[in-house]
Design a binder for this molecule. Structure first.
Ligand SMILES: CC(=O)N[C@H]1[C@@H](OP(=O)(O)OP(=O)(O)OC[C@H]2O[C@@H](n3ccc(=O)[nH]c3=O)[C@H](O)[C@@H]2O)O[C@H](CO)[C@@H](O)[C@@H]1O
Length: 348
């Protein structure tokens, strides 16, 4: 396992977890950092959620496994007990996979999809590294935290949040509002879509360009709205190259999922966050509050949306000041630091 002649000889890593885009994005960025170092990790995710869609055809992994794991948090009574037994069985399956690939470290991004391989790591005495994305610790991460070798988090421990370097490389200080972008997170958000359509006439009047990510469910409705109202807008459901859209904009109105939030911060684009109200522990609100407290963004709860107030905020915000303050929120090389830490025992 040790390094010989300055070279890392054995480095077998498993990445686990997913469910939604926010978790999967971390898994992807970390995988790419391992790939840069000539390491192809294995991936252990779930058949539920978006894991397969993101990684099934990803050649950056040596092998991919999708186990039938699902959440236990919202279940009660026998349902909960059955789910726990099911996870235990899957953990033994994952344990065999870790053995088969001779895995030296497991990196988890959390979520139900991470449960089997994380428990398997503990059963095998394999070091477990956890990345918690949010300002409120998820239930699986809370349970596993005391057993983890390292627990990464930007809000509590100031670890840089791993985002693709391109968000930093295309960053610029915003000074004037010419283009606005609406973002609903990996699945889109009806509340953000409705807010956008309410603001659109005023934005048109002020000659402000609109970019709008709708999510799949609401794409047709929103596209038709802009056509019917003769408002020019760049509308899309999901674009894997989101940075290209964000970097063109001068202000964002967005859900407060952690990956989106730190990508926006890296690009130094001022944002108004409308947190998803049902996120566990209200974590999207606390994610956004972290920025607002540093004068690096705004947060308004979904049930407190007031169009006039929001118009006034958008048109009067000191974009330059916020954009400058955003420089302190996230630092480049978040993925590099995590991978360095995971590989540390194998480097002299
Ligand atoms: C409802 C809910 O609980 N959502 C959680 C979920 O959010 P969600 O899955 O929406 O995740 P985030 O907002 O954190 O990230 C979305 C990711 O998808 C990417 N993207 C999005 C749109 C697009 O068109 N193209 C694209 O590539 C973004 O660049 C970003 O990297 O995981 C996050 C990370 O744990 C949490 O903070 C969120 O609270």
């Amino acid at each position: 396992m040790r390094m010989e002649n300055g070279e890392l000889r054995i480095k077998k890593i498993a990445i686990t977890g997913g469910g939604t885009g926010g978790h999967l994005k971390i898994a992807k960025v970390i995988k790419e950092e391992f790939n840069k170092r000539g390491i192809k990790p294995i991936y252990i995710g779930s058949t539920s959620g978006a894991d397969k869609a993101w990684f099934e055809n990803d050649e950056g992994f040596e092998a991919k496994y999708f186990l039938p794991s699902s959440g236990v948090v919202n279940k009660k009574g026998f349902g909960k007990i059955n789910s726990l037994i099911h996870i235990l069985k899957l953990s033994f399956r994952a344990k065999k996979l870790l053995k088969k690939h001779n895995i030296h470290a497991v990196f988890s991004v959390g979520g139900y999809s991470a449960a089997p391989a994380s428990f398997a790591a503990l059963l095998n005495f394999t070091p477990l590294f956890i990345h918690e994305q949010n300002a409120h610790i998820g239930s699986l991460n809370k349970l596993l935290k005391p057993f983890s070798k390292r627990f990464f988090n930007t809000f509590f421990y100031k670890d840089p949040y791993p985002v693709e370097n391109i968000f930093f490389d295309t960053a610029r200080v915003r000074k004037e509002l010419k283009t606005i972008i609406f973002l609903g997170g990996s699945q889109g958000a009806l509340a953000i879509n409705d807010l956008a359509t309410n603001l659109a006439p005023k934005l048109k009047e002020k000659n402000i360009q609109i970019i709008h990510q709708t999510g799949k469910r609401d794409f047709e409705r929103i596209k038709n709205f802009y056509i019917q109202n003769k408002i020019d807008a760049e509308v899309f459901d999901f674009d894997p190259n989101l940075v290209q859209k964000i970097s063109k904009a001068d202000f964002a109105i967005s859900r407060a999922g952690a990956s989106t939030l730190f990508e926006l911060a890296a690009n130094r684009i001022p944002a108004l966050f409308i947190p998803y109200p049902y996120a566990a522990g209200d974590h999207q609100y606390y994610n956004a509050k972290f920025l607002e407290d540093k004068n690096a963004g705004f947060v308004i709860r979904q049930d407190e949306i007031d169009i006039e107030k929001i118009e006034s905020l958008i048109f009067n915000a000191d974009l330059e000041k916020i954009s400058q303050n955003l420089a302190e929120i996230n630092k480049k090389e978040g993925a590099k630091l995590i991978v360095d830490e995971i590989l540390k025992p194998f480097v002299d």
